[in-house]
Design a protein around this ligand. Structure first.
Ligand SMILES: [Zn+2]
Length: 113
């Protein structure tokens, strides 16, 4: 292998490594997007469950004169879990996004409701 061939091969290899790096970044961004979308959907699902639970409680109160002690809403626990995992559960544009380690007062507000 002569010297110019060595340089050519090095340049080729460098181009390959750069391409792999670019693909890696794209894949990473896509994964973050998908996970955040997944979390947003899960939160929406929890909110629907909460709504249904509330409606059931209202119906029970209307239909039943005795006070029915219902177990704490299960969806609250799931929201707390998602928050612990590091995602925003507060409404607005941050909804479902990764908190990147920051605490969020709006999220904590949702949990204390
Ligand atoms: Zn938040």
């Amino acid at each position: 292998m002569n010297r110019s061939e060595i340089f050519e091969r090095l340049a080729d290899l460098e181009a390959h490594v750069n391409q792999i790096n670019k693909n890696m970044v794209e894949l990473k961004n896509l994964t973050v997007e998908l996970v955040e979308e997944n979390v947003a959907l899960q939160i929406e699902n929890e909110n629907f469950k909460t709504l249904i639970d509330k409606e059931e409680v209202t119906k029970e109160v209307v239909n039943d004169a005795t006070v029915n002690k219902k177990q704490p809403l299960r969806s609250k626990d799931n929201l707390a879990m998602l928050y612990k995992e590091g995602f925003h559960i507060c409404k607005g544009e941050l909804f479902g996004k990764h908190r990147k380690g920051d605490d969020c007062l709006f999220c904590l507000d949702v949990l204390s409701e």
